[in-house]
Write a protein that binds this ligand. Sequence first.
Ligand SMILES: [Zn+2]
Length: 121
Amino acid sequence: MRKDRLAYFKKRLLEKQHQLVEEVGRTAVYGKDQEDDSIKDLGDQANTAYTREFFFELGNGDRRLLREVVSALQKLEEGSFGSCERCGEAIAEKRLDALPFARYCIDCQRLVEEEQRTAAG
Ligand SMILES: [Zn+2]
């Protein structure tokens, strides 16, 4: 991917991250008592007390989204941004335009959602 495109996505991701961080202030009061399994699979990305606490302060949807934004920013740093985490193919830029934090190409996204539905049921 071209450098100016990467810079563009980075800017958008940072803006999104900033926006979500601001959400913390509004949802902190409500977040404390909620059980949420997603906190357990944050893995290495959230391997500090600060980050764990930080994610915990967010509502479920925001927390998940922020995790994806942070992950996308890490991929930008690592140079793997824009690649599907499942099949390794490039994610369509149109898709990244809509969802800069997309982890999977559209085909894998469908499969992953299918698996999640199966696992949940
Ligand atoms: Zn894929």
